[in-house]
Design a protein around this ligand. Structure first.
Ligand code: SF4
Length: 383
């Protein structure tokens, strides 16, 4: 950002990186980011791309709607905002689809030097520890307070560097399970660390037979404070600073089953080809390509699975498919953020040409190489 004089290009570059980094690790993103910026170095270039191209480049990065929304927003900037990126966090959030409070704050502080804070998972952890915030860190009361804190703390002269440093502190020093408090540059300001130090001092005093000190009222959650640990779950000495942040129990992902059939044929050049079909343009994995698939009702026996899959394929191809010809290959499990998906994989070799009903979703035959270059999800690559 420091070396790009054009504010729109700067904001675009930061925006792409921030969207890719949502839910995905830096190491994975770097290669995707470089390829993306090479292909679409400006908003204008991205606005002209097709969704198919975007999905192809995004394939394997997960959470596919991010790429789609990024491209929709780029089109909006070009067509409705004369190619000029909004210049404040408030406008970025208001005007760009897919840009939330965090992304808006990151773009505005890093690209334009606006003194506005950011709150992501790393910042939540650092701030909750710094201030012993023990209430559920996903509750609106805590989140609002953390945003207030981030906005007050942010360095007025170098907000982008400050925000990145705070996130980096959480990622490298104040880590979830084994924070390196001894090396932490902000330990003198950290209430959780002080509390641990105080407990250590009390323990050694006790060892030497000195009287136990009076508890410090600042340490306890008396008075129904909305930010303190709930009375039912007080400070646990064995956890030290990792007492914070506290989270409400995560919802278990829902289990789902899908029958998938890899249809294969010999192409005109003798190479094996596979049929892929396009998913609907909204919902999970929107617009991506997959082997013909069908959601399965829970507890369906193998025999019944074959029958429903054969019926489904028959409707596609317009000629009879015999259930027992489907060869069971095995199962593939893929975890989406909220779904524990099991694909039951079948295969069916075909002789001769198959004409698919064009009224159904788009479909095409691809070689193995073409399959990998297509906009297909990681789950389908596993299949
Ligand atoms: Fe995190 Fe420890 Fe630093 Fe506090 S002292 S901010 S708990 S690493």
């Amino acid at each position: 950002a420091a070396t790009e004089p054009d504010a729109d290009r700067r904001a675009y570059a930061v925006w792409v990186s921030e969207i890719m980094l949502q839910q995905t690790q830096v190491a994975t993103v770097i290669d995707y980011y470089n390829r993306w910026m090479q292909k679409w170095p400006t908003l204008q270039a991205l606005a002209q791309a097709s969704l198919e191209e975007v999905n192809e480049l995004w394939a394997g990065l997960g959470y596919y709607s991010r790429g789609k929304r990024l491209q929709e927003a780029a089109r909006k900037v070009v067509s409705e905002l004369a190619g000029r990126m909004p210049r404040t966090a408030e406008d970025l959030q208001k005007l760009l689809p897919g840009v939330g409070r965090y992304t808006a704050g990151a773009i505005a502080s890093i690209s334009y030097g606006q003194a506005t804070g950011v709150v992501d998972g790393n910042v939540i952890r650092v701030l909750c520890r710094l201030r012993c915030i023990g209430a559920d860190s996903s509750s609106p009361a805590v989140i609002d307070r953390l945003w207030d804190m981030a906005n007050v703390l942010v360095d007025r002269s170098r907000p982008g560097d400050f925000n990145q440093a705070l996130m980096e502190l959480g990622a490298t020093v104040c880590t979830p399970k084994a924070p390196l408090c001894g090396e932490c540059p902000v330990k003198q300001h950290c209430q959780a660390w002080r509390r641990v130090e105080k407990e250590l001092a009390f323990t050694s005093q006790k060892l030497f037979g000195k009287p136990a000190p009076v508890p410090d009222v600042e340490d306890c959650g008396v008075g129904g404070c909305p930010l303190c640990p709930p009375a039912a779950e007080p400070w646990n000495s064995t956890l030290g600073v990792t007492n914070f942040p506290r989270k409400a129990a995560k919802k278990q992902p829902r289990a789902a089953g899908t029958a998938t059939c890899v249809l294969e044929r010999r192409g005109c050049h003798g190479a094996l080809e596979y049929l892929i079909v396009q998913r609907p343009s909204s919902g999970l994995l929107a617009g991506l390509w997959e082997f013909p698939s069908l959601p399965l009702a829970q507890g369906l026996q193998e025999e019944k699975q074959r029958e429903v899959l054969a019926d489904h394929l028959q409707a596609w191809m317009g000629w009879p498919v015999v259930a027992k010809d489907l060869r069971l290959i095995g199962e593939v499990v893929h975890i989406f953020s909220h779904i524990h998906q099991t694909y039951v994989v079948y295969s069916l070799p075909l002789d001769g040409d198959v004409t698919l009903d064009p009224a159904l979703s788009p479909s095409r035959w691809v070689t193995e190489e073409e399959f990998y270059a297509s906009a297909v999800s990681t789950a389908m690559k596993k299949v």
